[in-house]
Design a protein around this ligand. Sequence first.
Ligand code: SF4
Length: 442
Amino acid sequence: MPSAMEIYKLLPKKNCGECKSPTCLAFAMQLANQKVALAACPYVSPEAKATLEESGAPPIKLITFGPAEAPSKLGDETQLFRHDKTFYHPTVLGIIVDDAKGVLAMKAGIESAKSMSFERVGQMVRVDSVAIRHSTGNPADFLESVKLAASSGLSVVLMTEEPKLMAEALSLCAPGKPLLYRATPQNLDEMAAVAKGCGFPLVIGGAASIDELTQLSERAKKAGLADLVLEPVATSANLLLEDMTLVRRAAIRKKLRLLGFPTLSVLGSSNSDEAKAALGIMKYSSVVLMEELPREFVYPLLALRQNIFTDPQVPIQVKAGLYTVGEPNDKSPLLFTTNFSLTYFTVRADIEKSRVPVWLLVVDTDGQSVMTSFAAGKLTPEIVQKAMDTQKVKEKNSRNEIIIPGQVSRMSGKLGELTGMKIFVGPRESSGLPKMLKSLTA
Ligand code: SF4
């Protein structure tokens, strides 16, 4: 967004007040802070409007594709480094199924992509997309697989450089919104016509360098396309890193609009491609399409993506409350921990190892870990007591004992006074819990 003074220079300077701001300068200041819309001034010239809209647009355009109920969102990033603020839209991971393998293998590939999901720290992570590729196989197999993929719930990428086949495949995807892969220097005009006709985003690639990719983007823009995804050369890990970084820098630092689009990488299935997929997630592929890979290679990539795309300023949290592990009764042990997801799931996993049913009170500490919240005054004996009262712990558990984390042993005296319970100081690391729980219930 331009500064207030930059906006002011483009306003009509009538100071008429029709925009509900007393002066044009006041309106410019409001606009710079995104508190009003430019449309509130009826006198802005079309040229000034175009300039302001262009300069106020995000450096990397937001592109969406996939089913309306769960669309894949790409781009709209504003940072080079996650720790500067956050990355917003996780890399879309997709599995390529190729018609060279025949329709049965393609169907199995789509089913496999659909099944690749698991829960981690309370969130479902999954493969989001399936890319149907026409290479040397029968176009009929390609089209049949497109139909199946379109009803899979995954975001579909159509991979063919033949404009006619692309147009045919598009008619099978309704009402979904596929990503079209791809226009190259050789077929750009025909493929641009197909993309313009349907309004779906188009991947442009096959350029030998970033300069050539920029020229291709310019050609696509002149052909009337606004929704593009860029595919820089990624023949080696070095080149992938170099080109992705160049594109991201050009878009964010230099505001080069022709490169201000999400990016995509197509990878094979060799060991080096697994490394490239990880690199793409970290630096800065919006979409990574991989040949069919065993899930033991895909799952770590999904976990990596989750780590990179969580907001570093917002800890992942679970809901505070009284949880059960196993089927505890009123004589089962009671423990408490905080609602920082990693703490909760680690503690829970260690309790499960003991096979002792317990009550686990999760205290709301704004998603902070035990030591951090204790140091910040968000985990005090009073707060723990209040959480116990809110959850009516004593009505469900008559043992009148509570195990507290070893790291906050200092609160044992006060908590004992407030609750009238016998306090057991647990181990400093939750890995010691199974031994303690077994000895307490022996
Ligand atoms: Fe200025 Fe336009 Fe507001 Fe009038 S309506 S004060 S010209 S910004």
